[in-house]
Design a protein around this ligand. Structure first.
Ligand code: AMP
Ligand code: ZN
Length: 466
């Protein structure tokens, strides 16, 4: 199995650090608002990675965090805490805001068939390890105190910038004049912030009351659950230059080890060719899609048609097309389920091999979907093809088995509804004949004919001709 490592900018053969278990950390949502479909694309990627690893026989130990404190409005160390800001605007406590949006997030991912990672952790429940982390960084000389917090001294970590390949000199030259002139370098970042009295979320620390920086949260929680070194770290591409660069600096400064072996990042979702933004009103949520009559799985299918490392452009036309294609996929699958034709085992083996080759080539799901469609388009309709495609759904997550059953039931119900209607018409016609209302009886006979039902009258009563 090959995956693309942002750190080396190459596809690399995947090999777990220890045995058969893969340890993964994924940056989770900041729960101050609804997740938009762009965020959800990144979690669909995360889910696909899980499923492909499992297909390859690996066991997963996967941690995802819930950011419920410390993510400031700007990804640098400026502006209000997103949670505090939302709490103020909605006149709720940050805990209430976090609980509400966390629940909606899990409903959303469930509707998209995204599996919940084995371990889900909240930042506010790990403040102690974050403080310990910061204390160690200060002790080792990697962090220093200013009047408003504790900052990481990036010049003490010569490898700073290795993930995004930014050059510190250039960054320094291009940096805005720092608002905080106590910082030693403009790109030094806060690992702990001292809280002004009125700050809504604060904890006791060796530096007085305060709250953690967003970046330290992921470093501390990843270490708590996965240790000093783990296999894969995921997130969106926007995290590469600041958040993940800072995670690397903190963690590697602390442990002296390479924390993450493979860094994987999902490209952005665009809407109508551009950025999603509140002001354009195009930060769509799952609720928005449902209100417009789309099934969440149609959105999943739409996402699977683009490779995770390419930008994907969302339009409602494209979503409509995806929704129709997914319907056709379920219908085609239903035909194979009932199919009587035989196909060779070699054909199925070829499909299986092509599918595996595609997903193991850095999760090439668009190509894997091509294999599924090739199988479904096979002119012989065969249960073997049905079984093959159903197995691919362990990776694709399109709920195929259930959706086919639902369709079968709907068809059955439609048939039995017709038959109820037919019997009622035959009964009404018999009554009309008894009342010598032959015009009505003939009209009903014609109506039945239009429905494709032929009847004959026999001495034992009216019968349907097959
Ligand atoms: P946040 O809740 O803001 O921390 O973001 C959650 C995840 O969504 C992060 O991994 C981001 O990198 C990712 N993300 C944000 N915007 C987009 C977008 N337009 N397309 C894809 N992923 C995104
Ligand atoms: Zn993170």
């Amino acid at each position: 199995m090959k995956i693309y490592n942002t750190l080396s900018r190459q596809k690399e053969e995947f090999k777990p650090l220890e045995g058969n278990e893969v340890r993964i950390y994924s940056c989770g949502p900041t729960v101050y608002n609804y997740a938009h479909i762009g965020n959800l694309r990144t979690y669909i990627f995360m889910d696909t990675l899980r499923r492909v690893l499992r297909l390859n026989g690996y066991k997963l130990k996967h941690v995802m965090n819930i950011t419920d404190v410390g993510h400031l409005v700007s990804d640098a160390d400026e502006g209000e805490d997103k949670m505090a800001k939302a709490a103020k605007a909605q006149q709720k406590t940050p805990e209430e805001i976090a609980e509400y949006y966390t629940n909606v997030f899990f409903d959303d991912i469930k509707s998209l068939n995204i599996e919940t990672p084995e371990i889900v952790v909240k930042a506010t429940e790990h403040i102690r390890s974050m403080i310990e982390f910061v204390v160690s960084l200060v002790e080792k000389g990697y962090a220093y105190e200013t009047s408003d917090g504790i900052y990481f001294d990036i010049e003490k970590f010569p490898e700073y910038g290795k993930l995004s390949r930014i050059n510190l000199e250039d960054q320094m030259a291009g940096a805005r004049v720092s608002v905080n002139d106590e910082k030693r370098h403009p790109a030094d970042f806060a690992v702990w912030k001292k809280a002004p009295k009125e700050h809504i979320m604060q904890w006791a620390s060796p530096w007085g009351m305060g709250y953690p920086g967003w970046h330290i949260e992921c470093s501390a929680m990843a270490r708590d659950y996965l240790g000093d070194e783990f296999d894969i770290h995921t997130g969106g591409v926007d995290h590469i230059p600041i958040h993940h660069e800072n995670e690397i600096a903190q963690s590697e400064a602390l442990t002296g080890k390479e924390t993450v072996k493979y860094w994987m990042h999902a490209e952005f979702l665009l809407v109508d060719g551009g950025k999603m933004s509140k002001s354009l009103g195009n930060t769509y949520t799952i609720k928005d899609l449902k209100e417009r009559g789309y099934e969440p799985l149609a959105y999943r299918y739409f996402c699977l048609n683009g490779h995770y490392r390419n930008k994907l452009n969302f339009t409602f036309d494209a979503l409509t097309a995806a929704s129709k294609a997914l319907d056709r996929l379920y219908d085609a699958l239903m035909q194979h389920k009932e199919g009587q034709d035989d196909v060779s085992d070699e054909l199925i083996k070829d499909f299986e091999k092509d599918f595996l080759d595609a997903v193991n080539d850095d999760l090439n799901i668009p190509q894997a979907l091509g294999v599924v469609w090739k199988a479904l388009r096979n002119s012989e309709k065969s249960r073997k093809i049905y079984d093959f495609v159903i197995k691919t759904d362990n990776v694709l997550g399109l709920d195929m088995e259930n959706q086919v059953i639902k369709r079968e039931e709907a068809q059955k119900n439609a048939k039995s509804k017709v038959s109820e209607e037919v019997h009622e018409l035959i009964r009404v016609r018999a009554e009309a004949k008894k009342n010598k209302d032959y015009a009505r009886a003939d009209a009903i006979r014609d109506q039945l004919k239009e429905m494709g039902i032929k009847i004959i009258d026999t001495p034992e009563g009216t019968k349907i001709v097959d």
